[in-house]
Design a protein. Structure first.
Length: 195
């Protein structure tokens, strides 16, 4: 997923505060069904603030999981429910501020490990994010996820993504896909009922 926004230099302080002032992310309590998500920051990229969202459907109520200056560490997230993670980048060049934000939403599974990559290469005006899943921490594969642009409204200090639909949630819960990505359609009826 690629996203691009160029912002004028007016209001630098307010713009920088949008991701830095979000409430901190609080991990689920001990004993809850959780999976771990580790973050990978490429060396050739501007560092991102990593966000979680209390409201995965709209990317509402952002929480700061990792600040751009924090050391990378895994976080725990609930399993079995849609989870939205975001990467929010801010880069300056002369009198311009470049801001780029992207979110990825997926349904973590118990016993799995996840790795999120996020990059905003200094020679590009597009940011990217991706999530991979592993059973053992050595072999990683792509998962069913939805990538959405996370737009921040500088006037209000809030942001949002395009809404998740019931079909999006069914797609993310679909574990019946064959290796070539086509759905086997063995029985998807349980995927379409509200959880």
């Amino acid at each position: 997923m690629r996203s691009r926004t160029i912002v004028a230099a007016i209001g630098i302080g307010g713009t920088l505060c949008l991701t830095g002032c979000a409430a901190p992310y609080v991990e689920p309590p001990a004993g809850a069904n959780t999976a771990t998500v580790d973050f990978v920051r490429p060396l050739s990229s501007t560092s991102a603030t990593i966000l979680t969202f209390d409201d995965a459907k709209h990317c509402g109520n952002p929480r700061t999981a990792l600040k751009a200056t924090d050391a990378t560490r895994p976080i725990r997230v609930l399993t079995g429910v849609p989870t939205a993670l975001g990467a929010s980048f801010i880069r300056t060049s002369g009198t311009l501020i470049y801001r780029c934000s992207v979110s990825v939403t997926f349904v973590p599974q118990a016993g799995k490990q996840y790795k999120m990559t996020a990059s905003y290469p200094t020679n590009e005006h597009a940011c990217r994010a991706g999530v991979a899943e592993s059973d053992d921490g050595r072999s990683w594969h792509a998962i069913n996820a939805r990538y959405r642009t996370y737009r921040i409204n500088p006037s209000w200090g809030t942001g949002s993504c395009p809404d998740l639909t019931d079909a999006d949630v069914a797609f993310m819960r679909d574990k019946t896909r064959s290796e070539d990505g086509s759905t086997t359609l063995s029985d998807l009826s349980d995927l379409l009922t509200p959880q």
